[in-house]
Design a protein around this ligand. Structure first.
Ligand code: HEM
Ligand code: MTE
Length: 467
Protein backbone atom coordinates (compact mmCIF):
# COMPACT_ATOMS: atom_id res chain seq x y z
CA UNK A 1 0.00 0.00 0.00
CA UNK A 2 1.32 3.48 -0.80
CA UNK A 3 2.71 5.49 2.12
CA UNK A 4 1.11 8.90 2.41
CA UNK A 5 2.46 12.04 4.02
CA UNK A 6 1.00 12.91 7.41
CA UNK A 7 -0.78 16.23 7.96
CA UNK A 8 -2.27 18.01 10.95
CA UNK A 9 -5.82 19.38 10.90
CA UNK A 10 -4.27 22.83 10.98
CA UNK A 11 -2.44 22.12 7.70
CA UNK A 12 -5.64 20.82 6.11
CA UNK A 13 -7.45 23.92 7.23
CA UNK A 14 -5.15 26.13 5.13
CA UNK A 15 -6.57 24.63 1.92
CA UNK A 16 -9.91 26.29 1.55
CA UNK A 17 -10.09 27.65 -2.00
CA UNK A 18 -9.06 26.53 -5.49
CA UNK A 19 -6.15 29.02 -5.32
CA UNK A 20 -4.81 27.36 -2.14
CA UNK A 21 -6.10 23.93 -3.26
CA UNK A 22 -9.24 22.45 -1.70
CA UNK A 23 -8.57 19.78 0.91
CA UNK A 24 -11.08 17.80 2.95
CA UNK A 25 -10.86 14.95 5.42
CA UNK A 26 -12.89 11.78 5.82
CA UNK A 27 -12.07 9.63 8.83
CA UNK A 28 -8.30 9.91 9.16
CA UNK A 29 -7.64 10.43 5.44
CA UNK A 30 -6.84 13.70 3.65
CA UNK A 31 -8.01 14.44 0.10
CA UNK A 32 -7.15 17.18 -2.38
CA UNK A 33 -10.44 17.56 -4.27
CA UNK A 34 -9.55 20.76 -6.16
CA UNK A 35 -10.01 19.04 -9.51
CA UNK A 36 -13.31 17.49 -8.42
CA UNK A 37 -14.96 20.73 -7.26
CA UNK A 38 -16.34 21.64 -10.69
CA UNK A 39 -17.37 18.03 -11.36
CA UNK A 40 -19.40 17.61 -8.17
CA UNK A 41 -22.99 16.54 -8.97
CA UNK A 42 -24.23 18.62 -6.03
CA UNK A 43 -22.48 21.78 -7.23
CA UNK A 44 -19.08 23.41 -6.67
CA UNK A 45 -20.38 25.73 -3.95
CA UNK A 46 -21.43 22.78 -1.79
CA UNK A 47 -17.97 21.16 -1.78
CA UNK A 48 -16.42 24.50 -0.84
CA UNK A 49 -18.57 24.63 2.30
CA UNK A 50 -16.55 21.68 3.65
CA UNK A 51 -13.17 22.95 2.40
CA UNK A 52 -10.42 22.69 4.97
CA UNK A 53 -12.30 20.31 7.26
CA UNK A 54 -14.25 17.11 7.67
CA UNK A 55 -16.86 15.89 5.18
CA UNK A 56 -18.87 13.91 7.73
CA UNK A 57 -21.18 16.62 9.13
CA UNK A 58 -22.13 17.70 5.59
CA UNK A 59 -22.60 14.17 4.38
CA UNK A 60 -24.83 13.58 7.38
CA UNK A 61 -27.16 16.10 5.75
CA UNK A 62 -27.08 14.49 2.29
CA UNK A 63 -27.58 10.75 2.40
CA UNK A 64 -26.69 10.42 -1.32
CA UNK A 65 -23.11 10.16 -0.12
CA UNK A 66 -23.62 6.95 1.84
CA UNK A 67 -23.06 4.77 -1.21
CA UNK A 68 -19.87 2.84 -1.96
CA UNK A 69 -19.26 4.59 -5.29
CA UNK A 70 -18.92 7.95 -3.56
CA UNK A 71 -16.07 6.69 -1.35
CA UNK A 72 -14.44 5.04 -4.36
CA UNK A 73 -14.51 8.34 -6.19
CA UNK A 74 -13.09 10.15 -3.18
CA UNK A 75 -10.20 7.64 -2.91
CA UNK A 76 -8.78 8.89 -6.24
CA UNK A 77 -8.06 12.22 -4.59
CA UNK A 78 -6.24 10.96 -1.51
CA UNK A 79 -3.08 12.89 -0.68
CA UNK A 80 -2.35 12.10 2.95
CA UNK A 81 -3.24 10.85 6.39
CA UNK A 82 -4.12 12.83 9.48
CA UNK A 83 -1.43 12.79 12.09
CA UNK A 84 -2.46 10.01 14.53
CA UNK A 85 -0.90 11.55 17.62
CA UNK A 86 -2.29 14.96 16.79
CA UNK A 87 -2.66 16.33 20.28
CA UNK A 88 -5.20 19.01 21.01
CA UNK A 89 -3.38 22.38 20.90
CA UNK A 90 -1.37 22.74 24.09
CA UNK A 91 -3.30 24.99 26.44
CA UNK A 92 -1.03 27.91 27.13
CA UNK A 93 -3.54 29.68 29.32
CA UNK A 94 -1.13 32.34 30.54
CA UNK A 95 -0.76 33.73 27.05
CA UNK A 96 -4.10 32.91 25.54
CA UNK A 97 -7.01 31.75 27.68
CA UNK A 98 -8.62 30.37 24.51
CA UNK A 99 -5.61 28.20 23.57
CA UNK A 100 -7.37 25.14 25.00
CA UNK A 101 -10.58 25.58 22.99
CA UNK A 102 -11.54 22.54 20.91
CA UNK A 103 -11.09 22.30 17.11
CA UNK A 104 -14.10 23.48 15.09
CA UNK A 105 -15.43 22.87 11.65
CA UNK A 106 -14.11 25.54 9.26
CA UNK A 107 -17.48 25.60 7.45
CA UNK A 108 -19.04 27.50 10.36
CA UNK A 109 -19.66 31.23 9.88
CA UNK A 110 -17.66 32.79 12.69
CA UNK A 111 -18.97 35.93 14.38
CA UNK A 112 -16.22 35.98 16.99
CA UNK A 113 -13.27 33.62 17.40
CA UNK A 114 -12.38 34.34 21.04
CA UNK A 115 -14.78 33.60 22.61
CA UNK A 116 -16.03 31.30 19.89
CA UNK A 117 -19.37 32.27 18.37
CA UNK A 118 -20.44 30.76 15.09
CA UNK A 119 -23.46 29.72 13.07
CA UNK A 120 -23.92 27.18 10.29
CA UNK A 121 -24.37 28.43 6.71
CA UNK A 122 -28.07 29.33 6.45
CA UNK A 123 -28.76 27.09 3.47
CA UNK A 124 -27.60 24.03 5.42
CA UNK A 125 -29.64 24.83 8.50
CA UNK A 126 -32.86 23.37 7.15
CA UNK A 127 -31.36 20.41 5.29
CA UNK A 128 -32.11 18.15 8.23
CA UNK A 129 -34.50 18.31 11.14
CA UNK A 130 -31.71 17.59 13.64
CA UNK A 131 -28.62 19.76 13.24
CA UNK A 132 -25.38 17.72 13.11
CA UNK A 133 -23.34 18.44 16.26
CA UNK A 134 -20.39 19.96 14.34
CA UNK A 135 -22.76 22.41 12.64
CA UNK A 136 -24.88 23.32 15.68
CA UNK A 137 -24.52 27.04 16.39
CA UNK A 138 -22.13 27.84 19.23
CA UNK A 139 -22.47 30.73 21.63
CA UNK A 140 -19.66 30.96 24.18
CA UNK A 141 -19.03 33.95 26.43
CA UNK A 142 -15.74 32.64 27.79
CA UNK A 143 -13.04 30.04 27.07
CA UNK A 144 -14.24 26.43 26.95
CA UNK A 145 -13.33 24.77 30.26
CA UNK A 146 -11.30 21.55 30.14
CA UNK A 147 -13.22 19.10 32.31
CA UNK A 148 -11.89 15.76 33.49
CA UNK A 149 -14.98 13.52 33.49
CA UNK A 150 -13.45 11.31 36.22
CA UNK A 151 -13.24 14.08 38.79
CA UNK A 152 -16.35 15.97 37.61
CA UNK A 153 -18.96 16.59 40.30
CA UNK A 154 -22.32 18.34 40.03
CA UNK A 155 -23.39 20.09 43.21
CA UNK A 156 -27.10 20.46 43.99
CA UNK A 157 -28.14 22.52 47.00
CA UNK A 158 -30.51 25.06 48.57
CA UNK A 159 -32.79 25.61 51.56
CA UNK A 160 -35.27 22.80 52.19
CA UNK A 161 -33.23 20.12 50.42
CA UNK A 162 -30.13 18.08 51.09
CA UNK A 163 -26.89 18.94 49.33
CA UNK A 164 -25.84 16.43 46.68
CA UNK A 165 -22.54 15.98 44.91
CA UNK A 166 -23.08 13.78 41.88
CA UNK A 167 -20.39 12.15 39.77
CA UNK A 168 -21.03 11.56 36.09
CA UNK A 169 -21.69 7.81 36.56
CA UNK A 170 -24.11 8.66 39.40
CA UNK A 171 -26.01 11.15 37.27
CA UNK A 172 -26.26 8.55 34.50
CA UNK A 173 -27.24 5.58 36.70
CA UNK A 174 -29.38 7.03 39.49
CA UNK A 175 -31.85 8.82 37.25
CA UNK A 176 -33.68 7.48 34.22
CA UNK A 177 -32.40 8.79 30.90
CA UNK A 178 -34.95 11.05 29.31
CA UNK A 179 -34.77 12.22 25.70
CA UNK A 180 -36.16 15.44 24.27
CA UNK A 181 -35.92 16.95 20.79
CA UNK A 182 -35.52 20.66 21.38
CA UNK A 183 -34.47 23.72 19.43
CA UNK A 184 -32.10 26.19 21.08
CA UNK A 185 -32.18 29.77 19.92
CA UNK A 186 -29.99 32.63 21.07
CA UNK A 187 -31.73 35.87 22.05
CA UNK A 188 -29.47 37.58 19.51
CA UNK A 189 -30.54 35.48 16.52
CA UNK A 190 -31.13 37.81 13.52
CA UNK A 191 -29.45 40.73 15.29
CA UNK A 192 -27.76 41.79 12.03
CA UNK A 193 -31.16 42.86 10.68
CA UNK A 194 -31.74 45.03 13.74
CA UNK A 195 -28.36 46.73 13.28
CA UNK A 196 -29.40 47.76 9.79
CA UNK A 197 -32.17 49.91 11.29
CA UNK A 198 -29.84 51.47 13.87
CA UNK A 199 -26.58 50.09 15.30
CA UNK A 200 -26.89 47.82 18.35
CA UNK A 201 -24.28 46.29 20.64
CA UNK A 202 -23.66 42.60 20.12
CA UNK A 203 -22.49 39.87 17.77
CA UNK A 204 -23.89 40.29 14.25
CA UNK A 205 -25.81 36.99 14.08
CA UNK A 206 -27.52 36.28 10.79
CA UNK A 207 -30.42 33.78 10.87
CA UNK A 208 -28.38 30.81 12.14
CA UNK A 209 -28.21 31.31 15.92
CA UNK A 210 -30.74 28.50 16.17
CA UNK A 211 -30.33 24.72 15.89
CA UNK A 212 -32.10 21.54 16.91
CA UNK A 213 -30.85 18.39 18.63
CA UNK A 214 -32.11 15.30 20.35
CA UNK A 215 -30.86 15.74 23.92
CA UNK A 216 -30.48 12.91 26.43
CA UNK A 217 -29.96 13.17 30.16
CA UNK A 218 -31.51 13.20 33.60
CA UNK A 219 -34.61 15.27 34.19
CA UNK A 220 -33.81 18.25 36.42
CA UNK A 221 -37.11 17.44 38.14
CA UNK A 222 -35.93 13.96 39.15
CA UNK A 223 -32.67 15.34 40.56
CA UNK A 224 -34.45 18.07 42.54
CA UNK A 225 -37.01 15.63 43.97
CA UNK A 226 -34.19 13.20 44.84
CA UNK A 227 -32.50 16.04 46.75
CA UNK A 228 -35.70 16.46 48.77
CA UNK A 229 -37.11 19.56 47.11
CA UNK A 230 -40.90 19.46 46.72
CA UNK A 231 -43.27 19.59 43.77
CA UNK A 232 -44.33 23.07 44.82
CA UNK A 233 -42.88 25.85 46.94
CA UNK A 234 -44.78 28.80 48.35
CA UNK A 235 -43.60 32.25 47.30
CA UNK A 236 -41.00 33.11 44.71
CA UNK A 237 -38.26 30.55 44.04
CA UNK A 238 -35.77 30.04 41.30
CA UNK A 239 -33.31 27.37 40.23
CA UNK A 240 -29.90 28.89 39.55
CA UNK A 241 -27.23 27.29 37.39
CA UNK A 242 -23.47 27.91 37.31
CA UNK A 243 -21.02 26.87 34.63
CA UNK A 244 -17.38 25.90 35.02
CA UNK A 245 -16.39 28.76 32.69
CA UNK A 246 -15.28 31.82 34.63
CA UNK A 247 -14.52 35.40 33.68
CA UNK A 248 -11.25 37.12 34.65
CA UNK A 249 -12.75 38.11 37.99
CA UNK A 250 -13.58 34.45 38.76
CA UNK A 251 -17.35 34.82 38.25
CA UNK A 252 -18.90 31.83 36.51
CA UNK A 253 -21.39 32.01 33.64
CA UNK A 254 -24.77 31.72 35.32
CA UNK A 255 -28.50 31.90 34.72
CA UNK A 256 -31.76 30.84 36.37
CA UNK A 257 -35.28 29.69 35.62
CA UNK A 258 -38.41 29.82 37.79
CA UNK A 259 -38.76 26.88 40.20
CA UNK A 260 -42.10 25.84 38.69
CA UNK A 261 -40.56 25.23 35.28
CA UNK A 262 -37.64 23.35 36.80
CA UNK A 263 -39.84 20.76 38.57
CA UNK A 264 -42.72 20.59 36.10
CA UNK A 265 -43.05 17.11 34.56
CA UNK A 266 -44.35 18.81 31.40
CA UNK A 267 -41.48 21.27 30.94
CA UNK A 268 -38.90 18.55 30.11
CA UNK A 269 -35.94 20.45 31.58
CA UNK A 270 -32.85 18.23 31.28
CA UNK A 271 -29.39 17.89 32.74
CA UNK A 272 -28.16 16.63 29.39
CA UNK A 273 -25.07 14.50 28.80
CA UNK A 274 -25.96 13.43 25.24
CA UNK A 275 -26.53 15.38 22.03
CA UNK A 276 -27.85 13.54 18.98
CA UNK A 277 -26.82 10.20 20.48
CA UNK A 278 -23.23 11.21 21.19
CA UNK A 279 -21.63 12.48 24.37
CA UNK A 280 -21.90 16.27 24.59
CA UNK A 281 -19.20 17.96 22.49
CA UNK A 282 -16.92 20.30 24.41
CA UNK A 283 -18.35 23.43 22.76
CA UNK A 284 -21.86 22.43 23.80
CA UNK A 285 -21.13 21.84 27.48
CA UNK A 286 -19.22 18.59 28.07
CA UNK A 287 -19.85 16.74 30.30
CA UNK A 288 -23.24 18.10 31.45
CA UNK A 289 -25.41 21.04 30.43
CA UNK A 290 -28.89 22.25 31.20
CA UNK A 291 -31.42 22.18 28.36
CA UNK A 292 -34.48 24.33 29.04
CA UNK A 293 -36.85 23.68 26.11
CA UNK A 294 -38.90 26.62 24.84
CA UNK A 295 -36.72 29.15 26.64
CA UNK A 296 -33.98 31.49 25.41
CA UNK A 297 -30.66 29.64 24.93
CA UNK A 298 -28.94 31.73 27.61
CA UNK A 299 -30.65 29.71 30.38
CA UNK A 300 -29.35 26.37 29.07
CA UNK A 301 -26.12 26.60 31.05
CA UNK A 302 -23.22 24.56 29.70
CA UNK A 303 -20.39 22.87 31.65
CA UNK A 304 -22.76 22.79 34.61
CA UNK A 305 -21.09 22.73 38.04
CA UNK A 306 -23.84 23.84 40.39
CA UNK A 307 -27.63 23.82 40.67
CA UNK A 308 -29.00 25.94 43.53
CA UNK A 309 -32.58 26.50 44.66
CA UNK A 310 -32.82 30.14 45.70
CA UNK A 311 -35.40 32.81 46.60
CA UNK A 312 -33.72 35.14 44.07
CA UNK A 313 -32.83 34.88 40.40
CA UNK A 314 -29.22 34.12 39.49
CA UNK A 315 -26.97 37.05 40.46
CA UNK A 316 -25.04 36.50 37.22
CA UNK A 317 -24.38 39.40 34.89
CA UNK A 318 -26.14 37.42 32.14
CA UNK A 319 -29.33 37.09 34.19
CA UNK A 320 -29.34 40.61 35.67
CA UNK A 321 -27.70 42.94 33.14
CA UNK A 322 -28.13 41.29 29.79
CA UNK A 323 -30.76 39.28 27.86
CA UNK A 324 -33.60 41.73 28.52
CA UNK A 325 -35.77 43.75 26.13
CA UNK A 326 -36.44 47.52 26.17
CA UNK A 327 -38.44 50.26 24.46
CA UNK A 328 -36.84 51.53 21.22
CA UNK A 329 -36.22 54.92 22.87
CA UNK A 330 -33.98 53.47 25.61
CA UNK A 331 -30.30 54.09 24.94
CA UNK A 332 -27.05 53.32 26.78
CA UNK A 333 -27.36 56.52 28.83
CA UNK A 334 -30.85 55.78 30.07
CA UNK A 335 -31.04 52.00 30.28
CA UNK A 336 -31.86 50.55 33.72
CA UNK A 337 -31.61 46.77 33.61
CA UNK A 338 -33.55 46.45 36.89
CA UNK A 339 -36.72 47.64 35.18
CA UNK A 340 -37.10 44.77 32.70
CA UNK A 341 -37.70 41.06 33.33
CA UNK A 342 -35.11 38.53 32.19
CA UNK A 343 -36.07 36.89 28.90
CA UNK A 344 -37.36 33.35 29.41
CA UNK A 345 -39.86 32.06 26.80
CA UNK A 346 -39.09 33.49 23.36
CA UNK A 347 -41.60 34.95 20.89
CA UNK A 348 -42.63 33.29 17.62
CA UNK A 349 -39.88 33.26 14.99
CA UNK A 350 -39.31 32.21 11.39
CA UNK A 351 -36.76 32.77 8.65
CA UNK A 352 -36.05 31.95 5.02
CA UNK A 353 -32.96 29.77 4.56
CA UNK A 354 -33.23 29.26 0.78
CA UNK A 355 -32.79 31.11 -1.49
CA UNK A 356 -30.21 33.45 0.00
CA UNK A 357 -30.42 37.25 -0.32
CA UNK A 358 -29.21 38.54 -3.67
CA UNK A 359 -29.36 35.14 -5.34
CA UNK A 360 -30.20 34.81 -9.03
CA UNK A 361 -32.65 31.91 -9.17
CA UNK A 362 -33.60 30.02 -12.34
CA UNK A 363 -37.04 30.66 -13.86
CA UNK A 364 -39.66 27.94 -13.48
CA UNK A 365 -40.50 26.51 -10.10
CA UNK A 366 -38.88 28.19 -7.09
CA UNK A 367 -38.50 26.27 -3.81
CA UNK A 368 -38.51 28.57 -0.79
CA UNK A 369 -37.39 26.90 2.47
CA UNK A 370 -37.06 27.95 6.06
CA UNK A 371 -37.63 27.25 9.73
CA UNK A 372 -40.24 28.40 12.24
CA UNK A 373 -40.37 28.02 16.01
CA UNK A 374 -42.02 29.53 19.05
CA UNK A 375 -41.13 29.61 22.74
CA UNK A 376 -42.94 28.03 25.66
CA UNK A 377 -43.80 24.82 23.78
CA UNK A 378 -46.28 26.68 21.55
CA UNK A 379 -46.56 24.79 18.28
CA UNK A 380 -46.19 26.64 14.99
CA UNK A 381 -49.56 26.19 13.32
CA UNK A 382 -48.89 28.05 10.07
CA UNK A 383 -46.20 29.80 8.05
CA UNK A 384 -47.31 32.36 5.47
CA UNK A 385 -45.04 33.16 2.55
CA UNK A 386 -45.23 36.06 0.10
CA UNK A 387 -43.18 36.52 -3.05
CA UNK A 388 -44.29 40.12 -3.59
CA UNK A 389 -43.17 41.88 -0.42
CA UNK A 390 -46.31 41.00 1.55
CA UNK A 391 -49.12 41.91 -0.84
CA UNK A 392 -50.25 38.33 -1.46
CA UNK A 393 -49.64 35.26 0.69
CA UNK A 394 -49.70 31.48 0.53
CA UNK A 395 -49.40 29.00 3.38
CA UNK A 396 -46.23 26.86 3.26
CA UNK A 397 -46.05 23.08 3.76
CA UNK A 398 -44.87 22.28 7.29
CA UNK A 399 -42.71 19.29 8.18
CA UNK A 400 -41.68 18.20 11.62
CA UNK A 401 -42.47 15.99 14.58
CA UNK A 402 -45.99 15.85 15.90
CA UNK A 403 -45.49 17.18 19.44
CA UNK A 404 -47.58 16.59 22.55
CA UNK A 405 -49.87 19.59 23.23
CA UNK A 406 -47.97 22.49 24.82
CA UNK A 407 -44.65 20.68 24.37
CA UNK A 408 -43.65 21.71 20.85
CA UNK A 409 -39.99 22.22 21.74
CA UNK A 410 -38.60 21.71 18.24
CA UNK A 411 -38.80 23.86 15.15
CA UNK A 412 -40.82 23.04 12.06
CA UNK A 413 -39.15 23.15 8.68
CA UNK A 414 -41.31 24.55 5.92
CA UNK A 415 -41.29 24.78 2.16
CA UNK A 416 -43.26 26.57 -0.53
CA UNK A 417 -42.98 25.83 -4.23
CA UNK A 418 -44.20 28.46 -6.66
CA UNK A 419 -43.74 29.28 -10.34
CA UNK A 420 -41.63 32.39 -10.99
CA UNK A 421 -41.28 34.32 -14.25
CA UNK A 422 -37.95 35.03 -15.96
CA UNK A 423 -36.58 38.48 -15.14
CA UNK A 424 -38.83 39.06 -12.12
CA UNK A 425 -37.58 40.82 -8.97
CA UNK A 426 -38.94 39.03 -5.91
CA UNK A 427 -39.17 40.13 -2.31
CA UNK A 428 -39.76 36.87 -0.46
CA UNK A 429 -41.28 37.29 3.00
CA UNK A 430 -42.19 34.76 5.69
CA UNK A 431 -44.12 34.99 8.93
CA UNK A 432 -45.18 32.28 11.36
CA UNK A 433 -48.24 31.88 13.57
CA UNK A 434 -48.06 29.88 16.82
CA UNK A 435 -50.70 27.92 18.73
CA UNK A 436 -51.72 31.03 20.68
CA UNK A 437 -52.14 32.89 17.35
CA UNK A 438 -49.16 35.04 18.20
CA UNK A 439 -47.71 36.57 15.03
CA UNK A 440 -44.42 38.23 14.10
CA UNK A 441 -44.21 42.02 13.75
CA UNK A 442 -43.97 43.20 10.13
CA UNK A 443 -40.98 45.50 10.56
CA UNK A 444 -37.92 45.79 12.77
CA UNK A 445 -38.17 49.49 13.73
CA UNK A 446 -40.86 49.19 16.42
CA UNK A 447 -39.12 46.28 18.17
CA UNK A 448 -35.61 47.75 17.90
CA UNK A 449 -33.73 47.62 21.21
CA UNK A 450 -30.23 48.70 22.13
CA UNK A 451 -28.96 45.17 22.71
CA UNK A 452 -30.45 43.76 19.52
CA UNK A 453 -32.33 40.89 21.15
CA UNK A 454 -35.74 39.38 20.26
CA UNK A 455 -35.34 40.22 16.58
CA UNK A 456 -38.33 38.43 15.05
CA UNK A 457 -39.82 40.70 12.40
CA UNK A 458 -41.01 39.20 9.09
CA UNK A 459 -37.96 37.86 7.32
CA UNK A 460 -37.41 39.39 3.87
CA UNK A 461 -35.13 38.09 1.12
CA UNK A 462 -34.76 39.80 -2.25
CA UNK A 463 -33.79 37.71 -5.26
CA UNK A 464 -33.90 38.09 -9.02
CA UNK A 465 -35.15 35.47 -11.42
CA UNK A 466 -32.66 34.86 -14.24
CA UNK A 467 -33.78 35.27 -17.86
C1 HEM B 1 -24.23 14.53 -4.80
C2 HEM B 1 -19.61 13.32 -4.17
C3 HEM B 1 -19.06 16.94 -0.97
C4 HEM B 1 -23.79 17.96 -1.37
C5 HEM B 1 -23.04 13.89 -4.91
C6 HEM B 1 -22.76 12.74 -5.75
C7 HEM B 1 -21.47 12.41 -5.58
C8 HEM B 1 -20.91 13.33 -4.63
C9 HEM B 1 -20.73 11.28 -6.26
C10 HEM B 1 -23.79 12.04 -6.63
C11 HEM B 1 -24.32 10.88 -5.85
C12 HEM B 1 -25.36 10.07 -6.61
O1 HEM B 1 -26.32 10.68 -7.10
O2 HEM B 1 -25.20 8.85 -6.68
C13 HEM B 1 -19.07 14.21 -3.27
C14 HEM B 1 -17.68 14.24 -2.90
C15 HEM B 1 -17.53 15.27 -2.02
C16 HEM B 1 -18.83 15.88 -1.83
C17 HEM B 1 -16.61 13.28 -3.40
C18 HEM B 1 -16.28 15.76 -1.34
C19 HEM B 1 -15.22 16.13 -1.95
C20 HEM B 1 -20.32 17.48 -0.74
C21 HEM B 1 -20.62 18.49 0.25
C22 HEM B 1 -21.96 18.75 0.14
C23 HEM B 1 -22.49 17.94 -0.92
C24 HEM B 1 -19.60 19.09 1.21
C25 HEM B 1 -22.82 19.70 0.94
C26 HEM B 1 -22.41 20.71 1.63
C27 HEM B 1 -24.30 17.16 -2.37
C28 HEM B 1 -25.66 17.22 -2.85
C29 HEM B 1 -25.79 16.23 -3.82
C30 HEM B 1 -24.51 15.58 -3.93
C31 HEM B 1 -26.73 18.20 -2.36
C32 HEM B 1 -27.05 15.88 -4.58
C33 HEM B 1 -27.11 16.56 -5.91
C34 HEM B 1 -28.42 16.19 -6.60
O3 HEM B 1 -28.71 15.00 -6.69
O4 HEM B 1 -29.09 17.11 -7.01
N1 HEM B 1 -21.88 14.22 -4.22
N2 HEM B 1 -19.73 15.20 -2.62
N3 HEM B 1 -21.47 17.17 -1.41
N4 HEM B 1 -23.63 16.17 -3.06
FE1 HEM B 1 -21.69 15.69 -2.83
N1 MTE C 1 -23.36 28.28 29.41
C1 MTE C 1 -22.13 28.62 29.81
N2 MTE C 1 -21.60 27.98 30.87
N3 MTE C 1 -21.43 29.60 29.18
C2 MTE C 1 -21.95 30.28 28.10
O1 MTE C 1 -21.27 31.15 27.53
N4 MTE C 1 -23.91 30.61 26.63
C3 MTE C 1 -25.37 30.56 26.68
C4 MTE C 1 -25.87 29.15 26.89
N5 MTE C 1 -25.16 28.51 27.97
C5 MTE C 1 -23.26 29.95 27.66
C6 MTE C 1 -23.92 28.90 28.35
C7 MTE C 1 -26.03 31.11 25.51
S1 MTE C 1 -26.21 32.80 25.42
C8 MTE C 1 -26.63 30.30 24.56
S2 MTE C 1 -27.53 30.96 23.30
C9 MTE C 1 -26.47 28.84 24.61
O2 MTE C 1 -25.65 28.41 25.69
C10 MTE C 1 -25.85 28.34 23.33
O3 MTE C 1 -25.67 26.95 23.36
P1 MTE C 1 -24.80 26.26 22.24
O4 MTE C 1 -23.46 26.92 22.20
O5 MTE C 1 -24.73 24.81 22.60
O6 MTE C 1 -25.54 26.47 20.95
Amino acid sequence: APRYPVYTREEVRRHRSPGDRVWVTHGTEVFDVTDFVELHPGGADKVLLAAGGALEPFWALYAVHSQPHVLELLREYKVGELSPEEAPPSPDAAQDPFAGDPPRHPGMRVNSLKPFNAEPPAELLTESFLTPNELFFTRNHLPVPAVDPRSYRLRVEGPGGRALSLSLPELRSRFPKHEVTATLQCAGNRRAEMSRVRPVKGLPWDIGAISTARWGGARLRDVLLHAGFGERRDGEWHVCFEGLDEDVGGAPYGASIPYGRAVSPDADVLLAYEMNGEELPRDHGFPVRVVVPGVVGARSVKWLRRVAVSPAESPSHWQQNDYKGFCPSVDWDTVDYRTAPAIQELPVQSAITQPRPGAAVPPGELAVKGYAWSGGGRRVVRVDVSLDGGRTWRAAELAGERPAPGRAWAWVLWELRAPVAAGAELEIVCKAVDASYNVQPDTVGPIWNLRGVLSNAWHRVRVTVAR
